[in-house]
Structures are given as structure tokens and as C-alpha cells.
Ligand binder design. Structure first.
Ligand code: OAD
Length: 246
């Protein structure tokens, strides 16, 4: 165990309040593609063709085919040791823990996480475009594309936040509610490019108190310079070392 990992492990053990922010990198070792890496999803398809309300309006079937493939591919993916370590942190800190994920997969939940919010929505939820009702649908592939609302028959869309849309307001309230309850001793930013301002803002909320910011990422990001500790490597290999014997 190197010095930085040892320091981070001590901080985890001492911390009473921890906020964890995750991105696609935490699921990479489960076989879920990231977005902006060399082999990432946004290198294969223009996000404006599948992840905007305009794209959906133009061609809902095309957009749904892309999501249906992702939903189907995700079905075979299992949580990795990184997801389990995050759940172990929550088990140890209970109400002193909150997880904010940008991921639309359900691998954190499947590893046991309970205190979490999906800021970019969930891939196994579909939303009626007329009544805005949300339902879970785990069928892969979906029997009919695009799916229709079982209640009113209107078109349904993936319950995912697309470019140009507002982030999930319930997820924002849950995160702000956790932050408002007291200073955070530790904020983790794991497996994300932190491309969005709101992610940077939440990550930097440990500033002003004695809190520390720890980043886990094999590369560097816009947050690396402000991190107190940057742990360079895969989250599935680093995180279990931090929660060992917790
Ligand atoms: P990105 O694809 O932008 O970034 C993934 C990050 O994970 C990169 O910084 C990688 O270096 C890092 N990474 C790769 N493998 C890793 C591993 N094994 N362990 C730890 N880190 C690893 O994904 P996000 O930052 O999550 O939005 O992207 C944010 C949002 O942009 C996504 O939620 C998605 C996308 O548009 C929506 O779909 C709404």
C-alpha cells in the first residue's frame, strides 16, 4: 500500500461525513463503456444524435434503439469491487454518507448502496412524454420500440437527463440536504472527467471547512489540481484498499 493510499485510508477511517461523487469510470471495470475515453460512447456516436430532446423528437425509434442496446448490454454487467467498497463505506458511516452518481446504470444499488441519488437519471426507467409518469422496465430488449405509456398510450422516453435539460431536481435536493446537515470531512470524486460545473461545485464543497478532496482516476481531470490527494489508478483496485477492515 503506497503512502497516498495509506493517508486516504486513514482519512476514511476518521471521517464522520463523506460525500462520494462517481462517474462512468467506476463502472468501467464492470464492462460498461465510459463516454469520453478513447473507446468511449461519445467517440462512436455524436451525443446530439441520441442524447438531446431534439434528437428524440426527430427520430424516437433511432434514439430508443441506441438505449435499448445499452440496456441490453448492461444486463450482463456485474458490480465490481469499487462498487462494493463504496457500499461498505456507507455501511460504516450510515447517515454520515451520501453517494451522488452520474451513472444511469444500477450497479451501485446492486452492490448494496442505499443512500444515493442519480443526477442524470436511470436507464431502466421510462417516462411518459404526456403525463410525465415514470415506471421501471427491466425488459431487454424492449418488446416494442418506441415503448408506449400503458396508461395513456403516449410515447415514452428514457428517464435520462439529456444535453440541454435540467438535472434531476430530486437528486439535487437529496444531495443539498446531505450537505446542509454539516461540514463534510471527505469528498471523493471517482471515475469522472467532472465536465459539468455542478459536479465541480459539489466536489469543491469540502473547501472552507477542514474537509479533504480525494480524486480516484487513472488520468488527470479539471479537478486534479484542487484535490488534496489524487490516487492514480482504477477505482476497482484502489477503493477496496481504503475500506479494508472498515
Ligand atoms: P467520462 O467518460 O467523461 O469520464 C470517465 C472518467 O473515468 C475518465 O476521467 C477516465 O479517466 C476515468 N476512468 C476510466 N476507467 C476508470 C477506472 N477503472 N477507475 C476509475 N476511473 C476510470 O464519464 P463521466 O465523467 O461520468 O451524461 O461523464 C459524465 C456524463 O457525461 C455522463 O453521466 C453522461 C455523459 O454525457 C449523460 O448521459 C446524461
Amino acid at each position: 500500500m503506497n503512502d497516498s493510499i495509506k493517508r486516504a485510508k486513514d482519512l476514511v477511517e476518521q471521517a464522520q461525513r463523506i460525500l462520494v461523487i462517481t462517474g462512468a469510470g467506476v463502472s468501467a471495470e464492470s464492462g460498461v463503456p465510459t463516454f469520453r475515453d478513447a473507446t468511449g460512447l461519445w467517440k462512436k456516436i455524436d451525443p446530439y444524435k441520441v442524447a438531446t430532446p431534439e434528437a428524440f423528437e426527430d427520430d424516437p425509434e433511432f434514439v430508443w434503439k441506441w438505449y435499448d442496446e445499452r440496456r441490453t448490454q448492461l444486463k450482463d454487467c456485474q458490480p465490481n469491487p469499487g462498487h462494493y467498497a463504496v457500499a461498505a463505506m456507507e455501511k460504516a458511516k450510515q447517515d454520515g454518507f451520501f453517494l451522488l452518481t452520474q451513472n444511469v446504470d444500477n450497479l451501485h444499488e446492486r452492490a448494496g448502496s442505499l443512500r444515493l441519488a442519480h443526477i442524470h437519471g436511470k436507464i431502466y426507467e421510462v417516462r411518459c412524454t404526456k403525463e410525465y409518469t415514470i415506471r421501471e422496465d427491466f425488459q431487454t430488449p424492449l418488446p416494442e420500440l418506441p415503448p408506449k405509456c400503458p396508461h395513456c398510450g403516449a410515447l415514452e422516453r428514457p428517464n435520462i437527463v439529456w444535453f440541454g435539460e435540467q438535472i434531476d431536481t430530486d437528486a439535487v435536493s437529496q444531495t443539498e440536504s446531505f450537505i446542509s446537515k454539516g461540514d463534510m470531512d471527505l469528498v471523493f470524486v471517482i471515475g469522472t472527467e467532472a465536465s459539468f460545473g455542478y459536479i465541480m461545485d459539489w466536489a469543491n464543497r469540502s473547501e472552507g471547512s477542514n474537509g479533504k478532496l480525494i480524486e480516484i482516476n487513472p488520468g488527470t481531470t479539471s479537478l486534479t489540481a484542487s484535490a488534496d490527494i489524487h490516487l492514480s489508478g482504477k477505482s476497482g483496485e484502489i477503493l477496496p484498499q481504503l475500506t479494508m477492515n472498515l
